[in-house]
Ligand binder design. Structure first.
Ligand code: NAD
Length: 455
């Protein structure tokens, strides 16, 4: 099969060529993972914890190298790429605490003892998108390993480099052969083979809702376990009583971080009508002042889009005549650059950017009248991943947080992801939860055992 060209999106230069795994190579990896499972599941909890801590330490020791790789492969600004490598380390470290705490229950019954065990599933396939290669890989990999499963990671075609390096680091840290494998390959070939293979017990898929639905259907015949993290169309809701300066200063980062290629991007800003004009006045300098450029510069805030094809797709959301209020900067020359773009629709227009996931630096700002109106607009989407609510009224903040149909909401903040709190989507944004204290539940099946004590 022809090699993938890995391209630096900031320079359009070829960084590396990677041979994609065929269906047969995928089958061989599943067999290796199946054999490794028998050993890995019986590693004593304390030893499994120690190996995961060693893996985390190995990632930490190579964090700069991994960050530099992501700068070149994904065009992520260096500061962000460092955070991503740190997130992978932290998630491994956090779930290293799990093997020794994977307690079952003892349930009172007559005539005996009833206990539960959380049994590992077997081989887990983790299919990763290109937007956050390291963190998203880690959110599946770390709890799956901690629970006693073996893992095959299938990185996105465009961004395999950090995953490949992390696979090597797992071995260097002492994890047995076959416990972690990284299989670069085409989604419809290697990815689909993992989904269809009877030797794979569970799929963790993060990516588009379209492919997620296909995978869900393909998992049905084998009743294969599945976690889905899909698209988003999240709102940033600003009430008239909010700290407008802070809300406006932070809004660009809530949508333009990672050049908008973020499933949690708050790509709709809803502003209560009395402060709508004032909010736009405050937002403009914040957007124009964004540092967009060389991802290798630690001060850069936004880099390029991932590919030429993706830039074309994003540009289609800003056609001639679109209601562009203002735009931020973008370098000229080579690289898949796209300026941060604010569309403002005071009257309300049926823009595709209003309802569809743009996955680029384009935000729509629209007014609302009251709480009910804000809830109606925020929920006017098939997605339900995240969102922000800005108000000084705590009661309203809580009412809104309960009414918006999304898995991850923040009040007077834009945080979405902490590795020790649950993350996932309502509606077509996904199925199941990742991260947080309960993540091992998604990688185990509960077994109930009754032992009779009566003679
Ligand atoms: P994508 O669906 O095209 O691809 C994601 C992964 O699936 C890639 O590794 C790809 O090779 C693989 N794949 C493609 N077709 C496949 C098939 N038929 N069978 C098995 N695997 C297949 O998505 P993308 O363009 O890489 O990523 C962008 C999307 O990911 C956006 O919609 C974004 O919202 C979503 N996303 C969601 C979250 C979340 O946590 N909810 C996080 C990040 C990204």
């Amino acid at each position: 099969m022809t090699e993938f060209k890995v391209i630096d999106p900031a320079t359009e230069q070829v960084v590396e060529r990677v041979a994609p795994a065929s269906a047969e190579e995928t089958d061989a990896a599943v067999e290796r993972a199946g054999r490794a499972f028998e050993g890995w599941r019986s590693v004593a909890p304390g030893d499994r914890a120690r190996l995961l801590r060693a893996f985390a330490a190995m990632v930490d020791a190579h964090a700069e190298e991994l960050a530099a790789l992501e700068v070149r492969n994904a065009g992520h600004p260096l500061g962000q790429a460092r955070w991503e490598a740190g997130n992978l380390r932290d998630v491994l470290e956090y779930y290293a605490g799990a093997p020794e705490r994977a307690c079952g229950r003892q349930i009172p019954v007559a005539g005996g003892l009833d206990v539960t065990f959380a049994e590992p599933l077997g081989v887990v396939g983790v299919i990763v998108p290109w937007n956050f290669p390291m963190p998203i890989m880690g959110w599946g990999l770390a709890p799956a390993l901690a629970a006693g499963n073996t893992v095959i990671v299938k990185p996105a075609e465009l961004t395999p480099l950090t995953a490949l390096r992390v696979g090597e680091l797992a071995l260097e840290a002492g994890l047995p052969e076959g416990v972690v494998q990284v299989l670069p390959g085409a989604g419809p070939v290697a990815g689909r083979r993992l989904v269809d293979h009877p030797g794979v017990a569970k799929i963790v898929f993060t990516g588009s809702t379209r492919v997620g639905k296909e995978i869900m259907a393909a998992c049905a015949p084998g009743v294969k376990r599945l976690t889905l993290e899909l698209g988003g169309k999240s709102s940033n809701i600003v009430f008239a009583d909010a700290d407008l300066e802070r809300a406006a200063a932070t809004a660009p980062y809530a949508v333009f971080d990672n050049a908008g290629q973020d499933c949690c991007a708050r790509s709709r800003i809803l502003v209560q009508r009395p402060v709508y004009d004032r909010f736009l006045e405050l937002l403009e300098p914040a957007v124009r002042g964004l540092r967009v450029g060389d991802p290798g510069d630690a001060k850069t805030e936004m880099g390029p889009l991932i590919s030429a094809a993706h830039r074309e797709r994003v540009a289609s959301y800003v056609p001639d005549g679109a209601p562009v209020a203002f735009r931020g900067p973008a370098p000229g020359g080579p690289g898949f650059w796209f300026p941060p773009t604010v569309l403002a629709t005071p009257g309300f227009a049926a823009l595709p950017a209003w309802n569809e996931e743009v996955f680029g630096p384009v935000v729509t700002v629209a007014p609302f009248e009251d709480e009910d109106d804000a809830v109606r607009l925020a929920n006017d989407t098939v997605y339900g991943l995240s969102g922000s609510i800005w108000t000084r009224d705590l009661g309203r903040g809580l009412r809104m947080a309960r009414a918006v149909e999304a898995g991850n909401l923040s009040v007077n903040s834009h945080s979405s992801v902490r590795y020790w709190t649950p993350f996932g989507g309502f509606k077509q944004s996904g199925l199941g939860r990742e991260l947080g204290p309960d993540a091992l539940d998604a990688f185990t099946d509960v077994k109930n055992v009754f032992i009779a004590t009566e003679e």
